[in-house]
Design a protein around this ligand. Structure first.
Ligand code: UTP
Length: 300
């Protein structure tokens, strides 16, 4: 298998796997995809799409499943709504919607058919991605950019443009959390990040090689698809992306990018509530009022 470092090819497409069942959000996720739940006023999926667009992504590939059709509708135009807003002179709202609207022909939707795991969901995008590197964003991981304001994927692109290969964003987590995420084994420092020597999916805290969790953002070379094709099931009886990446690590380089912002795991109730509190406090319009509400709620 070739190491794609020799020629650094541009990353134009991003994959968003949204076919999971979201069982941690039942009953809310029974008919509403968890990716459509809102953090303040924007569905979780829109945060990831905005982050990808900021990083220069041109084509957005959604791997969906049954009950997820509303995600496709969300990224479509709504002429009646736009006409009504225009007739009411709601210019700011129209501009906001236009900023978030993918251009015609820049989205693709494919079905995973059965939720066999993240690795399988990524593999389902193989024909649409073709033979080029791609970004992968797990939409339920919502990110607050660090102080410099640059999103996680945009910073990963900077690392990728120096190193090539495969890039994984990683973030420090508490020891108690390592068994919930993929964890990387860091090696030497490299341009803008560090080499990755190994990774393990959901380890016991005593077996974890570090407390650097994979926070849901990746840049991967297309050779991952060949490995996913025959990837055996792993942790939780699912086809795990981490297992296929480990095999790719034998042939290609992987670099870690230490994300200095904050990731909210909106696939869990705690992360979802936490994201809502943080984003609401940061919101210009409602932030001061939410601060007051929280203070008075805590005083009761
Ligand atoms: P999660 O494991 O967080 O999602 O997958 P889940 O399985 O829907 O959640 P729970 O545990 O039942 O509550 C991370 C991302 O990968 C997608 C999910 O939609 C989510 O965005 N995914 C997961 C798939 O697309 N297909 C799968 O088979 C599994």
């Amino acid at each position: 298998m070739p190491d794609s470092n020799s020629a650094i090819r541009p990353v134009r497409k991003a994959v968003f796997p949204v076919a999971g069942l979201g069982t941690r959000f039942l009953p809310a996720s029974k008919s509403v995809p968890k990716e459509m739940l809102t953090v303040v006023d924007m569905p979780v999926i829109q945060y990831a799409v905005n982050e990808a667009r900021e990083a220069g992504i041109e084509h957005f590939v959604f791997v969906t499943g049954r009950n997820k059709a509303v995600i496709e509708d969300h990224f479509d135009l709504q002429p009646e709504l736009l006409e009504t807003l225009a007739s009411r002179n709601k210019t700011e709202m129209l501009e906001m919607l236009a900023r978030q609207q993918p251009e015609a022909g820049r989205t693709s939707f494919t079905r995973q058919q059965a939720p066999l795991g993240l690795g399988h969901a990524v593999w389902c995008a193989r024909d649409i991605i073709g033979d080029e590197p791609f970004a992968l964003l797990l939409p339920d991981m919502v990110m607050k950019a660090p102080a410099n304001g640059t999103g996680c994927l945009a910073s990963m692109m900077d690392v990728y443009n120096q190193t090539g290969g495969n890039i994984i964003a990683a973030e420090q987590c508490d020891s108690a959390q390592v068994s919930s995420y993929g964890i990387v084994a860091p090696g030497d420092r490299a341009a803008g990040g560090f080499e990755i020597k190994g990774m393990v999916e959901k380890p016991n805290p005593e077996d974890a090689p570090s407390n650097l969790m994979i926070n849901g953002r990746y840049i991967l070379q297309p050779e991952i698809f060949t490995l996913l094709e025959n990837q055996a099931t792993g942790a939780g009886g699912e086809i795990q992306l981490t297992d296929a990446m480990l095999r790719l690590l034998d042939a290609q380089s992987f670099f870690g990018y230490d994300f200095k912002g904050k990731t909210f795991d909106c696939g869990s109730k705690e992360g979802f509530i936490s994201a809502n509190v943080h984003f609401a406090l940061d919101n210009e319009e409602i932030g001061p009022m939410v601060r007051q509400l929280l203070t008075s709620a805590l005083a009761q």
